[in-house]
Unconditional design. Structure first.
Length: 475
């Protein structure tokens, strides 16, 4: 019996991150090979944009035909814009008249979706905010109350059109309150989903990424559940990779050094870094728990351990009785996915998405995604590893037959600059050594790994210079 998974898509700007990309990300997640009644997709919109909301409503309609099509014909690329960008190859079950008719229907459906979104974007100045969209009228992006909208409630769906829950969340923003960028958005999604579906596992995907392997959730569950000791897999990180790159990747956009040298090496020192997008987390780990067998040591590493008083729970997790109850459930590793009374839960979710909710609590400091750095992922990952968890890199993982499996999440190379691993690591090191919230154990953990990276990068440099010498010799 597969466990529930809550999926988080973060978006912040409908112009820099066009809605058509965000809906492709969401559609690829709704269509994964996993029981739909075990999945819920939460989309965070820091742009507070009616266009993003509208695009998701329309995408959810398209998903009703797209998801069954993908599953029936075992389509591998489930982000429609990528699927339709390559030529149709008619083989196997796809070589029938029936398939071709359905394919054409899907193509028309996707084109209609794309043109509706395009029209909405172009007409955005005279957007008529009535009915379902009325909540967006007079909203300022940086000054507005929380908006939560259930686009699709799994409980309403007939079996034949089983699709995951789809929930839109634009957290409260006020100019006088820091919003903490992605880390703040992730903490809100964690609490909102905790109240509504409370799945024991959570996946985050940036809004410009898509799942390119529909089996990834099954793979992740093998890694998360497959060992007798769950401390072996505190989280499972899939590396990013980019399509349509330049030949031979001259700017290093495919992160070959990071993954081949650093990734595989650091995997031997407690596992890979947490890199943000494409990572499966355990909810209870994000809530601050240590591995079970760590015993009394846990009290030194985290405020979250068995036997917390109610008062302590309120101090750590904030003043929502409903959330405290759901967090206790999650910390005991219990499952939950079928929300009983969605409207009441959504009501409670408004409180935990408020911008004043975290004051005086441990969010961003000892639990949840860590604040204080632009790279919240590194700090959050170190905190988890400092508490004794290992992590798993899901990259070229060898099956028992020794075959290499494929990457998982691909991104669009829109705003990515060429990166320098060592430079980035130095930046991370500076952040961890000066960052007051980073525990000394996390710092030690980082230093060991940093030393490794420096030597790995040196090795990669030597190899690549000898490669170019070889290449030069041949030409
Ligand atoms: O106020 C904000 C700012 C950003 N985001 C979202 O956060 C994600 C990442 O932000 P982006 O500006 O795209 O940063 P990148 O450098 O591309 O992201 C990489 O680096 C981040 C920080 O290290 C990781 O969290 C990401 O997963 C990883 O892809 C995107 O989905 C954004 O929409 C928000 O939700 N709210
Ligand atoms: Mn990005």
């Amino acid at each position: 019996d597969l466990p529930p998974v809550d999926m988080f898509v973060t978006s912040a700007d409908p112009v820099l991150e066009p809605s058509i990309l965000t809906v492709n990300t969401v559609i690829s997640l709704l269509a994964v090979d996993y029981p739909a009644d075990k999945l819920a997709c939460y989309v965070s919109d820091d742009g507070c944009s009616p266009i993003t909301y509208y695009s998701l409503v329309e995408a959810s309609k398209f998903a009703k035909i797209w998801v069954p099509f993908c599953k029936k014909y075992n389509i591998q690329t489930r982000a429609p814009f990528r699927y339709f960008s390559s030529e149709l190859i008619l083989t196997g079950s796809c070589n029938s008249l029936e398939f071709q008719q359905e394919y054409n229907k899907m193509k028309d459906g996707y084109e209609e979706l794309a043109s509706k979104i395009k029209d909405a974007v172009e007409k955005s100045m005279e957007w008529d905010l009535i009915g379902d969209f009325a909540v967006f009228s007079n909203m300022e992006r940086k000054n507005h109350p929380t908006i939560i909208k259930v686009i699709r409630d799994q409980n309403d769906a007939g079996l034949s059109e089983a699709l995951p829950h789809l929930i839109y969340v634009s957290r409260e923003k006020r100019p006088e309150h820091p919003h903490r960028y992605k880390a703040g958005a992730m903490n809100v999604l964690t609490r909102v989903s905790g109240l509504i579906t409370n799945a024991p596992f959570m996946l985050n995907v940036d809004c410009d990424m898509f799942v390119n392997n529909p089996q990834i959730f099954l793979h992740a569950m093998c890694l998360l559940l497959g060992s007798n000791d769950e401390r072996e897999s505190g989280f499972v990180q899939c590396p990013q990779c980019f399509y349509d790159g330049l030949k031979d990747d001259p700017f290093g956009n495919q992160f070959v050094v990071e993954h081949k040298y650093m990734g595989n090496g650091v995997a031997g020192i407690q596992g890979p870094f947490y890199e943000g997008t494409g990572c499966f987390h355990r909810r209870k780990v994000i809530y601050g728990s240590c591995p079970d067998d760590i015993g009394n040591q846990a009290k030194r590493l985290t405020p979250v351990h068995g036997g917390l008083s109610y008062k302590e729970q309120l101090r750590i997790f904030g003043d929502s009785k409903e959330f405290i109850r759901s967090a206790a459930h999650a910390l005991q590793g219990k499952e939950n996915i079928s929300p009983k009374n969605l409207p009441t839960l959504v009501e409670a979710a408004h409180q935990v998405a408020g911008c004043g909710y975290e004051y005086g609590t441990s969010w961003g400091i000892e639990v949840g995604w860590q604040y204080g750095s632009a790279t919240e992922d590194i700090l959050t990952g170190l905190m988890i590893q400092a508490r004794g968890w290992r992590s798993v890199l899901w990259f070229l993982v060898c099956s028992t037959a020794g075959r290499a499996l494929k990457f998982v999440v691909r991104g669009i190379m829109l705003h990515q600059k060429p990166r320098n691993i060592l430079g980035e690591s130095c930046q991370n090191r500076r952040i961890t050594s000066s960052f007051p919230l980073c525990s000394s154990t996390a710092r030690e953990c980082y230093n060991t790994r940093y030393t490794f990276i420096v030597s790995a990068v040196d090795k990669a440099k030597v190899e690549s210079s000898s490669d170019s010498i070889n290449a030069a010799g041949k030409t």
